[in-house]
Design a binder for this molecule. Structure first.
Ligand code: FAD
Ligand code: NA7
Length: 587
């Protein structure tokens, strides 16, 4: 007993071990990778003294097994207990004897999709957790409640407005299904905006009560780093407090960019404002051609508004370009105007109002400058992460200089060990709500639960909610050709007309699906693309098949559900290479 006590006293990190024990080796490996000096003795190699030492340890700690770990004289426990300290980031400090109890085990900055998921998961694993969330009003003064981008100014209002536009199209079609007097139907922006806002408010309330229920401390305050464990929180009344935490997750998302042209901030709006406009935006110009731009253009046109999209280069950069072209062509055929290869130069106010009159000067690719009048100008010109003024670089957190996002390893850990990043601020991450949620949950489980695996960012399905929805998983055709060469790629494809489009004779040869297969991998399906109604619902299911490495033959073996759009993927026989037309001439 005396020898045991002397060893514990003399060595800051003392491991009683057995040479053949894999748990002992795991613990010693952790100390080595963390560059923590430790002293260990192998009880099995100390015959007969080892057994006596183990008895003494059992008396001292009530633990009969090895490894038996002590840090600065304090008994930690075995492998699981040591791994727990390693995971939650306090092992090194405890080994050095510098650990002091902090206010929280975990503080999450950002109460959006990722932040809330991580906070709730960590709290359910028994940890003391806080969330700080603060919405800086848009230049127009729009602000909103807890829940982040998705709930307040992203997926939720966007999908509800998309649905509102789809209903308009259905109302027009309904005459062909026997409904009468439908031509009298008229869209009321104010009513829709009120309903959408009310729903969002109920979600904000739900998030707040959920945090209370899960005993997560909520600070409605803006957080900045004072050091790697300490944050300054400032609320809307400028009250300041400081809190400390062992670990900190940065999940602050991003905000829309404005182009650097006169009048942009004074007179323009972004998606942050669009969903909260109390009056119909009227004749609208949308600058930008990625999915936020096209989705908003789609639903505004669906309400019968005069909509123009100003495209600097291509539609939907990063998405399959054949599909992007088809989306544009469909929108154009439904009245959306496109100003291609054009950039805005300045916005001036012609007359104030809600909406007022704005003049937009723009430059076309031939260098000609023109001017047009609009009631509303909306910028969908990308988003920037909210990482620039919260003290990250000052405490050593590395950012990707090109985009301002936080550089992390596969386990979401930044260059500062106790600081993590998830969601839209994490570099090399699809900017999608379910991605942020999954990453947040898994990170909390890795820190405080029994989970070891990193988040899998591959084969993430997504949908662009344009009037004809576009769903995809995996690679675009051009990316695959660039990666594997055209000879290794087989593309199966078809146009289709949903049954519900036949009576109104709508959109023949506008819906389309394709499967892109890798020949050298037995026609494994590596790209799935669909343009048609409910593409999101269809894509979600097939994404599972793709994740499980489905081959074209598996799609062929699958029995379809008739009559649906999804069934086309079970009977897709024509390859692009064959050159056979896939246009439908009859139903
Ligand atoms: P966010 O949800 O942005 O949350 C970050 C929170 O942190 C915000 O509340 C912010 O105010 C707060 N914050 C920032 N800085 C601080 C600070 N210093 N202190 C305290 N709080 C701070 N994704 C989909 O999956 N499907 C869709 O259909 C879809 N549609 C979209 C439509 C639009 C118009 C937009 C803009 C986005 C859309 N997205 C969609 C993307 C999705 O909304 C985001 O990927 C997701 O919300 C990111 O979550 P997050 O947790 O990273 O950050
Ligand atoms: P994206 O996907 O970054 O696309 C930005 C679009 O805006 C793209 O079409 C750009 O054209 C265009 N753009 C950017 N700057 C300008 C200027 N100055 N003038 C004209 N056009 C410009 O942004 P989104 O807003 O659609 O979406 C961002 C994220 O939010 C997205 O990932 C979702 O998760 C939610 P380019 O192709 O560069 O020529």
């Amino acid at each position: 007993m005396e020898k045991v006590q002397a060893l514990i006293r003399k060595n800051a990190v003392m491991v009683f071990s057995k040479s053949y024990c894999k748990f002992c080796n795991k613990v010693k490996d952790i100390f080595r990778t963390e560059k923590i000096d430790f002293h260990s003795i192998e009880l099995d190699l100390m015959c007969p003294e080892g057994a006596v030492i183990q008895d003494a340890l059992a008396k001292l700690t009530k633990q009969t097994t090895v490894p038996n770990v002590f840090l600065h004289g304090e008994h930690v426990g075995g492998c699981d207990a040591t791994v727990k300290l390693f995971r939650d980031g306090t092992l090194a400090e405890r080994a050095l004897g510098t650990y002091r109890k902090r206010d929280f085990d975990l503080v999450v900055i950002g109460g959006g999709s990722g932040g809330l998921a991580a906070a709730k998961e960590a709290a359910s694993l028994g940890r003391k957790v806080a969330v700080c969330d603060f919405v800086t009003p848009s230049p127009r003064g729009t602000k909103w409640g807890l829940g982040g981008t998705c709930v307040n100014v992203g997926c939720i209002p966007k999908k509800l407005m998309h649905k509102s536009a789809l209903l308009g199209a259905d109302i027009k079609d309904s005459n062909h299904f026997g409904w009468e007097k439908v031509e009298r139907a008229k869209h009321n922006w104010e009513k829709m905006a009120y309903e959408v806002k009310s729903h969002i408010l109920s979600l904000n309330f739900g998030y707040r009560s959920d945090l209370m229920l899960k005993k997560v401390q909520y600070y409605n305050a803006y957080a900045t780093f004072l050091d790697k464990h300490k944050l300054k929180l400032v609320d809307k009344n400028e009250n300041v407090i400081e809190i400390t935490s062992d670990n900190i997750i940065v999940a602050v998302g991003g905000r829309p960019n404005y182009p650097d042209i006169p009048g942009a901030r004074e007179y323009g709006i972004t998606s942050d404002d669009l969903f909260y406009l109390q009056n119909c935006p009227g004749k609208t110009l949308i600058v930008g051609a990625s999915y936020v731009a096209l989705e908003c253009a789609g639903f505004l046109a669906g309400f019968g508004l005069d909509v123009t999209v100003m495209v600097r280069s291509i539609l939907l950069r990063g998405f399959d370009q054949q599909m992007a072209y088809m989306i544009g062509a469909h929108m154009e055929s439904h009245g959306v105007k496109f100003l291609k290869n054009t950039i805005p130069l300045r916005i001036t106010e012609k007359s104030p109002g809600s909406p007022g009159e704005l003049a937009v000067a723009y430059k076309m690719c031939d260098g000609k400058v023109k001017e047009q009048q609009f009631n509303t100008v909306m910028f969908a010109t990308g988003r920037s992460p909210c990482t620039s003024n919260i003290g990250l670089e000052e405490i050593g957190v590395e950012l990707n200089k090109r985009n301002g996002k936080i550089a992390v390893d596969d386990y979401e850990r930044s260059s500062v060990k106790n600081i993590f990043a998830i969601g839209d601020v994490r570099d090399r991450t699809p900017e999608l709500t379910p991605v942020a949620i999954q990453a947040g949950r898994l990170l909390a489980k890795r820190l405080y639960g029994q989970h070891d695996e990193p988040m899998d960012y591959k084969m993430v399905p997504t949908t662009v909610f344009t009037p004809l929805e576009y769903g995809c998983v995996g690679y675009s055709e051009e990316d695959l050709i660039a990666l594997f060469g055209p000879e290794d790629i087989e593309v199966y494809h078809t146009h289709f007309q949903p049954l519900e489009f036949t009576l109104p004779e709508r959109d023949k040869n506008k819906c389309y699906g394709k499967l892109i297969c890798l020949k050298s991998a037995g026609e494994k399906v590596v790209g799935f693309h669909i343009l048609g109604p409910n593409a999101g619902e269809i894509t979600q299911g097939f994404a599972l098949a793709m994740k499980l490495n489905a081959k074209k033959s598996d799609f062929d073996d699958l029995v379809g559900i008739h009559p649906t759009c999804a069934e086309i993927f079970t009977t897709m026989l024509i390859s692009k290479a064959s050159g056979i037309s896939v246009e439908k001439s009859s139903c």
